[in-house]
Design a protein around this ligand. Structure first.
Ligand code: GDP
Length: 325
């Protein structure tokens, strides 16, 4: 399929074209990369935008159950929702948590939903860069909401925060001690903390946990551009579906507020600049993995190892060689 045809099919909301386009942007082949760059430039002209929602939480907190319930609620209301995963572990295992067919079973079959597993790549940076491009493709395909899910293990949240408009943290009901262990950096990224499993025996603990998080959030600096009561903590249950409507209302309020205040557009411009820098840095590093740089690097490395040159002198020569390349 040529790029023009792919762009047209994608704009018309053709899911197969969307899936193929995502495969194209994930490809490591340089001719594919050229096509991907062309496709993204073409689609950008449409200016379609979705709400980009980041969702993070440790394994077992209920992310897939939440996405299934929350996504189904919105899909049933007629909203079109795309779910993309950023899974750092897929880089190691080569597979993906979302590859498991039992996840989001109903949502994955819903005509208003599109679910795509994490690309398997060697580096977290690569996964995040391509996920950002996949978000742009989903927007061009007319989705209203793009949910970017990540496993809360540190590095991946920071990357997802650089892709999304609003960042949600899903937490489990817990005692005060566990709350102490939550990294400040992650709390600072969150626009909303949803304490999941607020049902049955866990309801009382969940209510206390919400109060604890609300207290902790108040101690963090409020973002001056946001409404008074954000970032906020609230209880939800992905199983009983309690609190899901309310969570969506709150999210929509925050999104509308940021849009009206111009913060939304500013954040997106900053993110675009960030990813430009990342792309250039990545490109520069990949020069080292190709000839002729690779050969020169190996030769100089051997000379350093043999004691014929100092590491400093060899590095200076390498950089001079790159300057001439
Ligand atoms: P993930 O690893 O974060 O994707 O978590 P899962 O969605 O796979 O859920 C982990 C476990 O928590 C499963 O056994 C779910 O049934 C359970 N779970 C998820 N959401 C809820 C909830 O709202 N209430 C209760 N009681 N259990 C839940």
């Amino acid at each position: 399929m040529d790029i023009g045809t792919m762009a047209r099919a994608l704009r018309a909301g053709d899911r197969r074209a969307l899936a193929r386009a995502i495969t194209l942007i994930e490809s490591a082949r340089s001719d594919h990369r050229d096509q991907a760059v062309e496709l993204l430039s073409l689609l950008r002209e449409d200016g379609r935008e979705a709400l980009r929602l980041g969702l993070s939480g440790t394994p077992g907190v209920g992310k897939s159950t939440f996405i299934e319930s929350f996504g189904m609620m919105l899909a049933e209301e007629g909203k079109r929702i795309a779910v993309l995963a950023v899974d750092p572990s897929s880089a190691r295992s080569g597979g993906s948590i979302l590859g498991d067919k039992t996840r989001m079973e109903q949502l994955s079959r819903h005509p208003n939903a599109f679910i795509r597993p994490s690309p398997s790549r060697a580096h977290m940076g690569g996964i995040a860069r391509r996920t950002r491009e996949a978000v742009a493709l989903c927007e061009a395909a007319g989705f209203d909401l793009v949910l970017i899910e990540t496993v809360g293990v540190g590095q991946s949240e920071t990357m997802v925060a650089e892709i999304c408009d609003i960042f949600l943290l899903l937490m489990a009901p817990a005692g005060g001690d566990e709350l102490q262990g939550v990294k400040r950096g992650i709390m600072e990224m969150a626009d909303m903390i949803l304490v999941n499993k607020a049902d049955g025996d866990l309801l009382a603990t969940a209510t206390r946990t919400v109060a604890d998080y609300a207290g902790a959030l108040r101690l963090l600096r409020r973002r001056p551009q946001d409404p008074q009561d954000f970032p906020k903590a609230m209880p939800v249950s992905a199983v009983s579906k309690a609190g899901l409507e309310k969570a969506w209302e709150e999210l929509s309020t925050l999104a509308a507020w940021r849009q009206a205040g111009g913060h939304w557009a500013r954040r997106r411009s900053d993110q675009a600049a960030h990813w430009f820098g990342e792309e250039v840095r990545h490109g520069l590093l990949s020069v080292l993995e190709r000839e002729p740089a690779r050969g020169i690097m190996a030769r100089l490395g051997a000379e350093v190892a043999a004691g014929d040159r100092t590491p400093e002198a060899a590095a200076a020569e390498m950089l001079r060689a790159l300057g001439r390349a």
